[in-house]
Design a protein around this ligand. Structure first.
Ligand code: KIV
Length: 304
């Protein structure tokens, strides 16, 4: 059963969904906002059941789910499928689709067209765009089309090469000021919220205090208005090197591996399936079947 409407319209929240305006109210009340990434329907459902406020269908999927070495290869088609799956599973949290590299860099029109696809085809409530500079007019154009936009500055993985790798940003006074300027500009462009990734905690705290929109930190200290972690990092499912800011709350990868080993052992030892996993048929039907099968075999033997 689909929980969300099949054809959601922009700015038309589904029943039971968190209102986007609630996020600014949470900031004002100093109530921390919880965001987590998810990439499929069970993930959306579990994040909802756990009380997450926001679910980001991150382009981190390129690495965590699709096995790439960076987020750059994620495509619109892949992100649409993953976002659609998450919105089928999640009811209360707002679902934010991460616009993949190439989907918003070319022009405001292109960016708006792709953002609209996330809302119309995948049921997303909002989209996220990395960067400032040219991203500002993209954000403005998308907001103008009625779609809420989350900004993302600091370490922006889509431009990691330009930034000199996956490393913390804004560690000099000059760079920190640029981040503050970018944050203000994204707020003015109409963003409803801003991800701060891998920036010094003191810089994130200052940005958070200056903005009226909530900041969501990842590697940005405790003073952000909310925090986000990537599903696979948080749950211990990602085997690559993880960043300093990751905290693993479980080792689900180990649990899955152990379960799969038990399954393989049972299959090889013929301990699975057992009677309760097996279908039977009425004895008289079985007798008829066996008789008919034997007759067919004899007929086939006679013909050879
Ligand atoms: O793609 C992603 O998961 C993200 C988060 C790290 C914020 O952008």
């Amino acid at each position: 059963m689909s929980i969300r409407p099949q054809q959601p319209a922009p700015a038309t929240p589904g029943p039971g969904r968190l209102r986007i305006t609630e996020l600014a109210e949470m900031k004002a009340r100093q109530q921390p906002i919880v965001m987590v990434t998810a990439y499929d329907a069970p993930g959306g459902r579990l994040a909802d059941q756990a009380g997450a406020d926001l679910i980001l269908v991150g382009d981190s999927a390129a690495m965590t789910v699709l096995g790439h070495d960076s987020t750059v290869p994620a495509t619109m088609d892949e992100m649409l499928i993953l976002t659609r799956a998450v919105t089928r599973g999640a009811r209360r949290p707002l679902v934010i689709a991460d616009m993949p590299f190439g989907s918003f860099q070319v022009s405001d029109e292109d960016a708006t067209r792709n953002a609209i696809r996330f809302v119309k085809e995948a049921g997303a409530d909002a989209v996220k765009l990395e960067g400032a500079g040219p991203t500002l007019s993209r954000a403005q154009a998308i907001v103008g089309a009625g779609i809420p936009v989350m900004g993302h500055i600091g370490l922006t993985p889509q431009s990691a090469t330009m930034l000199g790798g996956f490393k913390a940003q804004g560690r000099s006074a000059e760079k920190a000021l640029t981040l503050l300027d970018d944050a203000r500009a994204l707020e003015s462009a109409g963003c409803f919220s801003l991800v701060l990734e891998a920036v010094p905690a003191a810089v994130a705290a200052r940005i958070t205090a200056e903005l009226s929109i909530p900041t969501i930190g990842i590697g940005a200290g405790v003073d952000c208005d909310g925090q986000v972690l990537v599903w696979h990092d948080l749950l211990g499912l990602y085997e690559g090197r993880t960043a300093r800011f990751v905290k693993r709350y479980a080792e689900i990868g180990d649990t899955i591996r152990t379960a799969l080993e038990s399954f393989a052992d049972d299959v090889r030892g013929r301990r699975f399936p057992q009677e309760q996993h097996t279908y039977a048929m009425p004895a008289d039907e079985l007798t008829l079947f066996e008789q008919a099968a034997s007759d067919q075999s004899e007929y086939a033997d006679d013909r050879h």
